[in-house]
Write a protein that binds this ligand. Structure first.
Ligand code: 13P
Length: 248
């Protein structure tokens, strides 16, 4: 299975900056067959721009969130049908920043994953423990609880999701989980998927949290690390492309 390198721009960018960034990425990819599948997840207002820039390129695009509701009186929300209008292939759900700052619960995240799948959009389901939870030896219990909610909701579609293990203490901090620490959690998640789907090996389990050009190769060499969800380093074309190259 090809690895998947997905960028999460978070709340960064502008029309001008996005265009320069995407053009630099596409320029850097010219000629060579990409070493990994790629995607960029942008703020909702820029999805039309990404569609225009990336259509026909090897880079897919996606959103950073999706509403748990289908349509109606939900001011500020963006539905899965709207994302599909802009040909989004992916939608991140349950990012720790949404769990932390927007009070998203396991059940809400699971409903979002279900909504995305229903419209043919692959949810990138984020799970991960805080530093306090790791120090209290709760890592396994936390990620299993978070993933279990999604498996329960999407049931026979479990093999169609992407999972991203993002230890909260590693996000944007420059502290990366060691490849061994990450692999240990990925193996737990793989085993959990194996109990829920016949083809757990088909589910990409991405690592996210200060992944960069320097540490990507050793993380991506682990047997159960099937790619990366890249924050800061996805805002620099050269860094993102080096991570993609490291996926070979
Ligand atoms: P950083 O790569 O900036 O640590 O962010 C990781 C992340 O949260 C991706 O979703």
């Amino acid at each position: 299975m090809k690895k998947l390198i997905a960028g999460n721009w978070k709340m960064n960018g502008s029309l001008a900056a996005n265009e320069a960034l995407v053009r630099a990425m596409l320029h850097g990819l010219k000629g060579a067959a990409p070493a990994a599948d790629m995607a960029l997840c942008a703020p909702a207002p820029y999805l039309a721009q990404l569609q225009a820039l990336l259509l026909g390129s090897p880079i897919a695009w996606g959103a950073q969130d999706v509403s748990a509701h289908e349509q109606g009186a939900y001011t500020g929300e963006v539905s899965a049908a709207m994302l599909r209008d802009f040909a989004c292939r992916y939608a991140i759900v349950g990012h720790s920043e949404r769990r932390q700052y927007h009070g998203e619960t396991d059940v809400l995240v699971a409903t979002k994953a279900q909504r995305a799948l229903a419209l043919g959009i692959t949810p990138i389901v984020c799970v991960g423990e805080t530093l306090a939870e790791r120090e209290a030896d709760q890592t396994e219990a936390v990620v299993k609880r978070q993933l279990a909610a999604v498996i329960h909701a999407v049931a026979h579609c479990t093999s169609e999701i992407v999972v991203a293990y993002e230890p909260v203490w590693a996000i944007g901090t420059g502290k990366t989980a060691t490849p061994e620490m990450a692999q240990q959690v990925h193996a737990v998640l793989r085993a959990q998927l194996a109990a829920a789907t016949q083809h757990p090996e088909r589910v990409h389990i991405l690592y996210g949290g200060s992944m960069n050009a320097a540490n990507a190769a050793s993380l991506l060499a682990q047997p159960d690390i099937d790619g990366g969800l890249i924050g800061g380093a996805s805002l620099k074309a050269a860094d993102f492309l080096q991570i993609v190259a490291a996926a070979q």
